[in-house]
Each structure stands twice: as structure tokens, then as C-alpha cells.
Design a binder for this molecule. Structure first.
Ligand SMILES: C[S@@+](CC[C@H](N)C(=O)[O-])C[C@H]1O[C@@H](n2cnc3c(N)ncnc32)[C@H](O)[C@@H]1O
Length: 354
């Protein structure tokens, strides 16, 4: 009983605080679930760490998008809150095993191209520093690998600058804090796109792509349209996905980058998921790879998360992240912080050279 009450409180809080104002549909569904003892009992069939509303609501949405919960799909399409709440409860009760199976298999995802606004100038700057005319991108903790299309999206900044491909169907915008301009240099040609993840999302797989869509709340059509654009773009040049622990897989990833290209490893909000010791081993892997040729690492991580990257003296958990640029060359590591960013790259301040 105590656990059910706790779960009820979690769902009510999610509806009334997290979803309120953003998603009227999820506000209504989450509150309805919190008030249904049967629904909460069904959710308890999932392992404890998979009972959170973001996971269960995405699993229900996934079944709706797959055509397996037509009443729920119709209610979401009609933005009918009462019908959605009734259909969500009905689906949970009738298809408990299916909902739990999706929840157990999947992680909540929030793949966004927004990170590209931060990555692009830093990758271009890394290439300039070593005089590289081609780069091979290796995104660690890549999820669906949208970071690997950094050169194929059009990026506009609040200060009037633009980078990337102006003819791209995928547009990214970011505000710039302060009056320091971003480096205007274009990235060199990208000759390899490699994603590394314990559990990568393959954009060419219908089930994987549907899961990304399922993680977008059903009354956020602009986000859904943006995701569809990103999926379509990614599917035209799908990355090579390497599944496994980054520390183990990185040597294979470097081996896939042609010898005359600069390997540029990118991490965006990934390293906090690594134990501290793994972060240090990750750094060691970059150092090892740099015995044969220069290697660069561009990071956007919370303050103090990326090993060796300075922090401007900022406090940890300050609510912003540090844009790091590290170049391993001639047995030396040059690591610096080149900027700060907020809201996963939708706002940034460039503080590095040139
Ligand atoms: C919070 S997500 C970040 C995803 C993406 N980089 C972004 O900016 O949204 C963290 C990702 O790192 C992956 N991950 C966690 N530990 C890992 C490891 N040891 N090796 C490779 N990937 C890992 C997870 O599977 C997950 O996809």
C-alpha cells in the first residue's frame, strides 16, 4: 500500500508539476493514472527503476504509434484529454505485459540536434589547430547519433552568425551570451561518422525510430516534426554504430577513421553516466590513440565532469555546462575550456580563441 501511494504521488507530481503547462494531455493522463489503483498496480509489474512516468508514458505512446493501442492513438491525435486518460488506463490494464516489455527494453531518449550549435565551432577549431583537412567524428554516448550530422544541419546564432549547411532541411538555432563572436571557420570534410554507445539507437530501424518519436510528448507537434526531419537527414548517411562500453570500443572506433583524417571524439552530456574511473580510462584511450596521429576531443559536459577540462573556476552543479576542447598531439595534451552553454546547447557563450 505504501509503495502504491508513493507511486501515486510520483504520477500526480509529474502531471501537476512536470507536464502542467507543457503537455495538457500528459497532465491529464498522469493524474488519472495516479488516481487509479488498478493502473498503479499494473505499473508495479515493471521493475522499480522503470516505473517512472517518463518511461511508462513513452511505452504507452510507443504502443499507440505502433498501431497496438488505437483508442489511445485516436485520443492523442484528437488532443482529447478525457479519452486519452481512459484509453491509457485501459491499455495499461489490458496490455500490461506489452507496456512493461517496452519499458524494460528502452531508455527514455531526448535526442536533439541542438547540441550541434555547440559542437560545430569547437570541432572546426580543433581541425584548425592541427591543420586537418578532413575529420572522422566519433560520438561517445551517441544514443541515435544526431551529433554525427553536425556538418549537415544549418545553424543560426542569435548574434547573426551562421554555420553548417545553409540548405539543410534541419535548422538549429542558439542564442549567444556575451559579445564574443564564435569562430566563423567551416568544418573540414567529414570522412567517417561513428557512434559508440552501450545501447545505440539505429535510426534506420523502424522500432528504434518509433521509440524516439514515442519519447516526444503527444501534444508537442513542433518537436515531433523536428525529430522527423532529423531522422530523415540521419537516415541518408547513417553512422557506423559500435555497441559497447566506450573504454572497450574506442580502439575499434579509431581504427575506422582513415589515416589522413583527424579523429574528433565528441561527448555531450554522456560522461556523467560513466563511473569516475571509466572517465579516466576514456581519457587514457584518447592518449593511446594519439601515439600514431593527433586526436581531438570536444565535450559539452556539466562543470567538472569531463576529466582534464578546466572549468573557469565555476562551481559544480551550477546549471550550465562547459564546452571543452582537448588536442592530444606529440605526446602532449592541450586541454582548455572554450565556452559555457545552457539548455543542452540552445544557449552558449564562446570564450576561447582565436
Ligand atoms: C544521457 S545520454 C546522452 C546522449 C547524447 N550524447 C545527448 O547529448 O543527448 C547518455 C548515453 O551514454 C550512453 N552510455 C552510458 N555509459 C556508457 C559507456 N560506458 N559506454 C558507452 N556509452 C555509454 C548511454 O547508453 C546513453 O545513450
Amino acid at each position: 500500500m505504501g509503495r502504491a501511494r508513493t507511486l501515486a504521488q510520483v504520477y500526480r507530481h509529474f502531471g501537476e508539476v512536470d507536464a502542467a503547462g507543457t503537455s495538457p494531455l500528459y497532465e491529464g493522463v498522469a493524474v488519472a493514472l495516479s488516481e487509479s489503483g488498478e493502473a498503479l498496480h499494473a505499473i508495479e509489474a515493471a521493475p522499480a527503476r522503470k516505473r517512472h512516468p517518463t518511461v511508462i508514458l513513452a511505452a504507452l505512446h510507443d504502443l499507440a504509434l505502433a498501431g497496438r493501442a488505437p483508442a489511445l492513438a485516436a485520443a492523442y491525435a484528437a488532443a482529447d484529454g478525457d479519452a486519452a486518460a481512459a484509453a491509457a488506463i485501459d491499455t495499461l490494464l489490458r496490455m500490461t505485459d506489452a507496456v512493461v516489455a517496452v519499458a524494460v527494453r528502452r531508455k527514455p531518449r531526448a535526442d536533439e540536434t541542438g547540441r550541434c550549435a555547440v559542437l560545430y565551432p569547437a570541432i572546426a577549431e580543433a581541425a584548425r589547430r592541427v591543420g586537418a583537412e578532413a575529420v572522422g567524428l566519433v560520438d561517445v554516448g551517441c544514443s541515435a547519433g544526431f551529433n554525427l550530422n553536425v556538418d549537415r544541419v544549418g545553424i543560426t546564432y542569435g548574434n547573426g552568425q551562421s554555420l553548417g549547411d545553409p540548405s539543410s532541411p534541419v535548422r538549429v538555432s542558439a542564442s549567444v551570451v556575451g559579445d564574443r563572436p564564435l569562430p566563423a571557420r567551416a568544418m573540414p570534410e567529414v570522412v567517417a561518422r561513428i557512434g559508440v554507445d552501450l545501447d545505440p539507437v539505429d535510426v534506420t530501424d523502424a522500432d528504434d525510430a518509433r521509440w524516439l518519436r514515442a519519447c516526444v510528448w503527444p501534444d508537442q507537434p513542433e518537436r515531433a516534426a523536428r525529430l522527423d526531419g532529423e531522422l530523415a537527414l540521419a537516415a541518408t548517411a547513417p553512422p557506423l554504430l559500435l555497441r559497447g562500453d566506450a573504454v572497450e570500443v574506442l580502439p575499434d572506433a579509431f581504427a575506422q577513421v582513415p589515416g589522413d583524417a583527424l579523429p574528433v571524439v565528441t561527448t555531450t552530456w554522456a560522461l556523467s553516466h560513466f563511473p569516475l574511473e571509466s572517465r579516466l580510462r576514456f581519457l587514457h584511450r584518447l592518449d593511446e590513440a594519439a601515439t600514431r596521429r593527433p586526436v581531438a576531443w570536444v565535450s559539452a559536459e556539466g562543470v567538472g565532469v569531463a576529466p582534464a577540462i578546466p572549468t573557469f573556476g565555476d562551481r559544480r552543479a551550477s546549471g550550465h555546462s562547459i564546452i571543452g576542447l582537448a588536442v592530444f598531439e606529440h605526446a602532449a595534451l592541450h586541454a582548455e575550456a572554450v565556452g559555457r552553454c545552457w539548455s543542452q546547447g540552445r544557449m552558449l557563450a564562446w570564450l576561447g580563441g582565436p
